[in-house]
Each structure stands twice: as structure tokens, then as C-alpha cells.
Design a protein around this ligand. Structure first.
Ligand code: LLP
Length: 425
């Protein structure tokens, strides 16, 4: 069975035969709320956040939670109450921040395709900064801001083009993808931005990719960004803040990313060495704040032995948890109660959706029988927020655990919910 500590430990652990999240027995939640069910630990989220906050204590720095990872209102509320700003990529996300009690003045707006309507909304509520991703966007934002009689605070997302040979897993900070402005063009784009009356240049940002499990790509990218800061300021354009983009990767299957405070120690050492340690600093972590704080509970429906494969068919599917189908991502799958009488067998764990791509785990040794409950681990990030209604499956319910308390934070979607926006001709 498991050879590693459970991702999510110490908040996720077996107590006797029962899998507990904080002080709550997960099989009790499955019995109360049904399956599939997402369950999140508030303490796990806050302790992940605290590692970032410890790392930059004493500096002018803030975490802007990249809410695309998990945009459920109660999750946003936890981070808003803990002093986070937010990194958003749509006006829909902005309205969620406001609904959850977040401060719009601490919102940064990323994304390559912001519409005029989204820009207007963000200007009206007074966000902190637009992370602009192209020259064309700069011109449009200038027009929109002027039409409202405002100046839009901007930062330009620069593409540090960190060497792919050294760090092949970095996918968004390289030439040849749709994100950011090329390093070589950055200075002239900043000069253009500084000349536009509807814009106020306030910072610089980059984002080099996700699920990064070593510090060196961050340090390389930072060097490239600081080179630009120097050049841009030498050209007479002061920059108030530096934003390092997304956060660290997490442990899905024995991965060993550095702790967030250890990453900061290295980032700050470099910033100090280059004389930029007193700038306003920002980071936009998503996955590392919520990923290992969440699990998806599911019930085994059928066991289907086959000649080449045995299938364990569960009631969660690719519509609930699309990462395996989309990225061949690995999530550990463990029982909610140990000591099943069943013999250990190797299964592909699959959902009921009519696609061969609908699998959640391949070649997993499990002791299960029909009716047993399983947990798909590391399911707090990019699972519920990427879920769909494919096969007319209602979205799962969600529960937030806090000590020995549990709160239903989203009820299960009904069939009527799914049809509410449609009409017959
Ligand atoms: N900032 C920007 C501009 C981003 O594009 C992202 C993630 C983040 C911050 C947060 O990065 P994180 O701290 O979570 O690594 N759906 C994929 C991940 C897509 C990440 C997209 N951008 C997955 O499930 O692995």
C-alpha cells in the first residue's frame, strides 16, 4: 500500500482503521452528504499559507491566492480572513472575491484575454494591478481607463525564457507559448506603457509554470526579471512592486518540493544581494495553498475483472476530477477504512463517464469491494474548479472541515439545477 506519508499529513491521517481529516472521520461525511464529495481542511490551508507568510515576515510582501486553483466561496473566505489578496483571471473570479468578503484593492488581474467589460469592472471596483500580457492589451486598457476617466495600474508580465534544457518542466515562461511579453521586448513595452495617459506603471511580474518542485527555476527567473527592473528604472520608469507569479508544486506521489519559507529565504537572499529586498513583493500561489488540503470521497460501485485489466468503477469521474484525463496526472487513492476483508488486487480506478479517458488512477493495488469508500488525495487544487457537467452529472458537494466541525459549503447540484438556464423551442 502506501509507501510515503499521506500527502496532506499531518491533517490527513489514519486513526485506527479510519481516515480522518483534522478531527473528522471522512466516512461519516460520506454517509451524511453522499459521494462524490470534496472535503477540505481549513487548518491545512492556513498552515500552507503560513509557510509563505513566515518566509517573507518583516518584508513588504503579500500572498495573492491564485483562486483558479479552487474558487469555492468558503475557501476564498478562509484566505481573505487570513489577509490574502487574490490573483484573478476573469471578472467572474473578481465577483467571487467580493462575494467572499475579499478586498478588491488587493486583487491582481492576470490573463491573456481580458475583455473590455472585464477591464471596466475591475477599474470600477479599484483593483491593485492589471498584469498585462501583450502590447495590444496595453492599448485597449489605456482606452478603457481613459473612457472612465481613470488610470489603470499596470504591471507587464515578462517572459523570462528560462532555459528549457535546464528546467524542461517549465511550460509557461518560455518563448513559444501564449503568455507574457518577450524579455527582449519588455523595455520598449514599458516605455510605451509609461507614455499612455490612461495607464500608471506600478510593477513587473512573471510566471514560469506550475507544479515546480525545485527552487532553481525561480532563482533563474528572478535574475532575469531583476535585470529588466534595472534596465526599466534606468530608462526612468520606477517600479513599485515585483510579482513572482505562481507558487510551489505539491506532493502528489512522493514529490519533494521545498517548503515555501525555504524558497523565500533563497529569493530574499538574492533580492538583498542585488539591492531589491525592500521592494513590495508578491507571489500568486494556487496549488500549494489548497492542493493537499483537499480529498475527493467516492464509493466503489462495481468491480469488473478482465483479461488484461481489472476495473474498479467508482462514482467519481473525469467531470469531477479532470486532472488524470487531461494531464495523465497522478493522485493517490486510498480507502476510508483499512482492513477490508477483500484480497489485494491491481485495478484501474475508473468513473462511469462514457470515455476511455475517464480514469482516476491506473494500476492501483487496492483491497476493495463494492460499497467501500475511497479517497482521491491531493484533490484540493484544480479539481472542483475544473469540474464540468459532462454526461449530465451534477457537480459534487463540498465540505470544509475545521477541527472537529464540518460545514457543507456547496450542496450537490441537482438535475433541475443543471437544466435551469435552458428552454425548449
Ligand atoms: N499565476 C498565474 C498567472 C498562473 O497562470 C497560475 C497558474 C498561477 C499563478 C498559480 O500557479 P500555482 O501556484 O497553482 O502553480 N490546471 C493545471 C494547472 C494550471 C496552472 C495555470 N496557471 C493542473 O491541474 O495542474
Amino acid at each position: 500500500m502506501n509507501t510515503h506519508p499521506l500527502p496532506g499529513a499531518p491533517h490527513l491521517a489514519y486513526q485506527g482503521p479510519d481516515l480522518m481529516l483534522e478531527g473528522v472521520r471522512l466516512s461519516d461525511l460520506a454517509a451524511t452528504h453522499g459521494t462524490p464529495l470534496f472535503v477540505y481542511s481549513k487548518a491545512a490551508m492556513l498552515s500552507a499559507l503560513a509557510a509563505y507568510q513566515r518566509g517573507f515576515a518583516g518584508r513588504k510582501a503579500r500572498v495573492h491566492y491564485a483562486m483558479k486553483a479552487n474558487s469555492s466561496l468558503a475557501v476564498l473566505q478562509v484566505f481573505a480572513q487570513a489577509g490574502c489578496g487574490f490573483d484573478i483571471v476573469s471578472a467572474g473570479e473578481l465577483d467571487r472575491v467580493i462575494a467572499a468578503g475579499g478586498n478588491p484593492a488587493w486583487v491582481i488581474f492576470s490573463g491573456v484575454g481580458k475583455t473590455r467589460a472585464e477591464m471596466r469592472r475591475a477599474l470600477e471596483v479599484g483593483i491593485l494591478c492589471f498584469n498585462v500580457e501583450s502590447e495590444a492589451e496595453l492599448e485597449v486598457l489605456n482606452e478603457v481607463a481613459q473612457s472612465l476617466g481613470r488610470r489603470a495600474p499596470i504591471s507587464i508580465r515578462v517572459n523570462p525564457n528560462v532555459d528549457a534544457k535546464t528546467h524542461p518542466y517549465i511550460s509557461t515562461g518560455l518563448k513559444g507559448n501564449k503568455f507574457g511579453v518577450a524579455h527582449e521586448r519588455a523595455l520598449s513595452v514599458y516605455q510605451r506603457a509609461a507614455s499612455l495617459p490612461g495607464l500608471e506603471v506600478v510593477g513587473i511580474d512573471c510566471h514560469i509554470g506550475s507544479q515546480i518542485t525545485t527552487t532553481s527555476p525561480y532563482l533563474d527567473a528572478m535574475d532575469r526579471v531583476l535585470d529588466l527592473v534595472q534596465a526599466i528604472e534606468a530608462a526612468g520608469i520606477p517600479l513599485r512592486h515585483i510579482d513572482f507569479g505562481g507558487g510551489l508544486g505539491i506532493d502528489y506521489n512522493g514529490d519533494t518540493p521545498p517548503a515555501a519559507d525555504a524558497l523565500w529565504a533563497q529569493l530574499l537572499a538574492k533580492l538583498d544581494a542585488r539591492g531589491y529586498g525592500q521592494r513590495e513583493l508578491m507571489i500568486e500561489p494556487g496549488r500549494s495553498l489548497v492542493g493537499n488540503a483537499g480529498v475527493c470521497l467516492s464509493e466503489v460501485q462495481y468491480l469488473k475483472p478482465g483479461e488484461q485489466k481489472n476495473f474498479c468503477i467508482i462514482d467519481a469521474a473525469m467531470n469531477d476530477l479532470p486532472r488524470p484525463a487531461m494531464y495523465e496526472a497522478f493522485h493517490q487513492i486510498v480507502p476510508l477504512r483499512l482492513n477490508s476483508a477483500a484480497a489485494e488486487t491491481v485495478y484501474d480506478v475508473v468513473g462511469p463517464v462514457c470515455e476511455s479517458g475517464d480514469w482516476l488512477g491506473r494500476d492501483r493495488a487496492l483491497q476493495v469491494q463494492s460499497g467501500d469508500l475511497l479517497a482521491v488525495l491531493s484533490a484540493g487544487a484544480y479539481c472542483m474548479s475544473m469540474s464540468s457537467n459532462y454526461n449530465t452529472r451534477g457537480r459534487a458537494a463540498e465540505v470544509l472541515v475545521d477541527g472537529t466541525q464540518s460545514h457543507l459549503i456547496r450542496r450537490r447540484e441537482s438535475h433541475a439545477d443543471q437544466m435551469q438556464f435552458e428552454q425548449l423551442v
